[in-house]
Design a protein around this ligand. Structure first.
Ligand code: HEC
Length: 155
């Protein structure tokens, strides 16, 4: 192997090793604290389990981290999705949203589920169990539409 290539590979190896010391701040709070959506909105068990299985890793205060999230830069990339998802919509702090924002988020949820944009493909690629089947989608959409209507009426 030529010397230059060897140096590049060694340098790359060092960077990868160093990166392992960078650990992102993790999202490890309670799913159902006092500001959780279920405290003000009726969330049937069936809906709750769909949200838990397919959405909560990125849209709640509690992410379940698989072992490979300890490997960088993969873990950093995943944490970025969690942070971004939570910022857009967090079921654990849903009650802190204004009435207008609550209704709007439900509207967005309906759109995301109808167009199969959520859960993210990069997530379901590994989390096969998180894919929404037609039954899940029907349950989720029916709930979200009813919730949207009542949130809209409460404005
Ligand atoms: C792997 C992380 C991840 C999972 C799992 C996930 N989301 Fe998201 N979600 C995101 C990210 C990141 C964004 C913001 C960027 C975007 O819109 O693509 C987002 C945005 C959204 C938005 C848009 C909010 C707005 O106001 O624009 C809704 C609604 C949403 N997700 C609903 C869901 C639902 C419902 C599920 C489960 C069926 C789900 N998401 C699963 C990461 C995720």
């Amino acid at each position: 192997m030529n010397k230059r290539l060897r140096n590049i590979l060694v340098g790359f190896g060092i960077v990868i090793v160093m990166l392992q010391f960078v650990q992102p701040t993790r999202n490890l709070g309670f799913v159902e604290g006092k500001e959780d959506i279920s405290k003000t909105v009726d969330v049937p068990l069936e809906v709750k389990s769909i949200l838990q299985k397919s959405c909560n890793d990125c849209h709640s205060n509690a992410t379940v981290y698989p072992w490979y999230t300890n490997i960088q830069p993969l873990g950093l990339w995943i944490q970025h999705h969690v942070d971004e998802g939570k910022q857009e919509l967090n079921f654990s702090t849903f009650n802190l949203y204004s009435p207008k924002k609550k209704a709007h988020k439900m509207e967005e949820l309906i759109e995301m589920v109808e167009t199969n944009e959520m859960p993210l493909n990069s997530y379901t690629w590994i989390h096969k169990e998180a894919v929404l089947n037609e039954g899940d989608k029907a349950v989720l959409l029916q709930w979200a539409k009813a919730t949207f209507t009542s949130l809209k009426a409460a404005q």
